[in-house]
Unconditional design. Structure first.
Length: 478
């Protein structure tokens, strides 16, 4: 008697960043035959040149900042001269050692992820991948027509997770020596004497904050009225005040027309004719998706004018067999979102239970000092009538644990639906806000009311106490 066995579903994943990695793992767990195509290394830019190294650098900056502020808590550092006299030592950062460590950590993380994929049964193919119609991927040794094809992989489902790259301007081309993108900073052998940062979005603000703490003189050039123009206005104001207090020069309403090298540094020319001279420059003017020349349009996949892949809430493109995840899509450019999209895409493709991604439930964080964490509806949306909500803001300076730790800047802000008191969003500005936002994210995800949130026990004293205090202040009288 002959038996017919159902063929394994074949999934091809293009790109091994957070979205591609999670898609591959999910596919393997569900029993699919999975092939991952990656040109640089598992983890992609997020692990090798972006999130992991940048946040490691920021952790070092936080340590340097903590040493510098320890005197406020009564902790003083002294060394002694040969004569036995105490002298206060300078806090020194060996940036070459820092960069060696962070690149080592990034490489190790990539290798750990690769090992996990191999153990899960995922086939990894190294090379440049591009779609060959709707049901196949061609892998080459190089990009476009310069590459030599060495593999053609047929599949039932393709997940495209090719990420994005720093946006380049012809008038300020990075050279990796004096003018940098955020992926090139890790070659520095010494702390920049004067770092000019062009762009005051998330990336620009994070690196400006970090290098100020590491000892650089920093000038931040912002084309908008305030740094972090897309974020909560109160949070951005706190960060800008901290920047200026720490000695950073912030040039608002200023646009850099060009940045060029000089004999010993760089000079940025602003649109109003002013110039800013520095030793180095970081260009942080956005990112572009890596979607050109990989066969998307030929396969019928719809793209936006910016080159991003249009996807729905289950990460599906306009072609039923092709999904997409991460910074190359029209969703939020966050590693956590990419991971969720990758899993969701495979669950949907294989008929497993799936929860469509809800953008408003995504918690995000900006790793400045202090950090800014947000989730849900924004104050601007409430004020514009897009969402109906009440707002309560509690300064962190009123929190007893914050006083003990010497924290003077920051706040907890909650948004609750008018009438029902359902938590619909929040903002936290504080050290490690990325950890504190989770309770508010849970409340938003599970539609808890402020009364339900306030009834959860927070440790006394703790920074999380400000969350329950804010929720308690928004009590709904029945």
């Amino acid at each position: 008697m002959a038996y017919e066995f159902e063929r394994k579903q074949r999934i091809t994943v293009l790109g091994g960043g957070p979205g591609g990695y999670e898609a591959a793992i999910a596919g393997a767990q569900l029993g699919a035959d999975v092939t991952l195509v990656e040109r640089v290394g598992v983890g992609g830019a997020a692990v090798l040149t972006d999130v992991v190294p940048s946040k490691t650098l920021i952790a070092t900056a936080e340590a340097a900042n903590a040493i510098g502020e320890a005197a406020d808590l009564g902790v003083q550092f002294f060394s002694r001269t040969d004569a036995g006299r105490p002298v206060r030592p300078d806090v020194a950062v060996n940036i070459a050692a820092v960069n060696k460590r962070l690149l080592g950590l990034a490489h190790q993380q990539s290798e750990d992820m690769k090992s996990t994929l191999i153990r899960s049964g995922v086939r990894i193919v190294q090379g440049e991948g591009r779609l060959d119609g709707r049901d196949a991927v061609i892998v080459s040794t190089g990009m476009g027509t310069n590459g030599v094809d060495f593999d053609r992989i047929e599949g039932d489902t393709t997940v495209v997770s090719v990420g994005a790259s720093p946006r380049l301007l012809a008038s300020a081309m990075p050279d990796g020596e004096r003018i940098f993108t955020w992926t090139q900073l890790y070659s520095l052998e010494a702390i920049p004497e004067h770092l000019i940062v062009v762009g005051s979005g998330v990336t620009g603000a994070e690196f400006a904050s970090a290098y100020t703490a590491l000892g650089s003189k920093v000038t931040l050039i912002s084309s908008r009225d305030q740094v972090l123009p897309g974020e909560d206005a109160d949070a951005a104001a706190v960060i800008e005040n901290v920047f200026r207090r720490n000695g950073m020069t912030v040039l608002n309403k200023s646009r850099a027309d060009s940045v060029v090298r000089t004999e010993n540094g760089v000079v940025a020319t602003l649109s109003d004719g002013r110039t800013v001279e520095g030793s180095h420059c970081l260009m942080a003017v956005g990112a572009v998706p890596n979607t050109a020349g990989i066969g998307l349009e030929e396969a019928g996949v719809q793209l936006t004018e910016s080159g991003h892949i249009r996807v729905n809430r289950v990460a599906r493109t306009s072609v039923p067999s092709i999904y997409a995840a991460g910074d190359c899509t029209t969703f939020l450019p966050l590693a956590s979102v990419a991971s969720m999209q990758g899993r969701t895409a495979v669950f949907h493709a294989m008929g497993d239970a799936v929860n469509p991604t809800e953008i408003r439930n995504v918690a995000s964080n900006i790793f400045t000092q202090p950090e800014i964490a947000t989730v849900g509806w924004t104050q601007r949306q409430i004020e514009e009538g897009i969402a109906q909500g009440d707002i309560y803001k509690l300064p962190l300076s009123e929190n007893p644990r914050a006083k003990m730790m010497g924290i003077n800047d920051g706040f907890v802000k909650l948004f609750a639906r008018t009438g029902s008191g359902t938590v619909i969003g929040g903002v936290i500005v504080a050290p490690k806000a990325s950890e504190l936002i989770f309770s508010i994210a849970l409340a938003v995800e599970h539609r808890l009311t402020v009364d339900q949130l306030s009834r959860a026990f927070s440790v006394y004293p703790s920074l999380t106490g400000s969350i329950t205090d804010a929720a308690r202040a928004m009590h709904i009288v029945l």
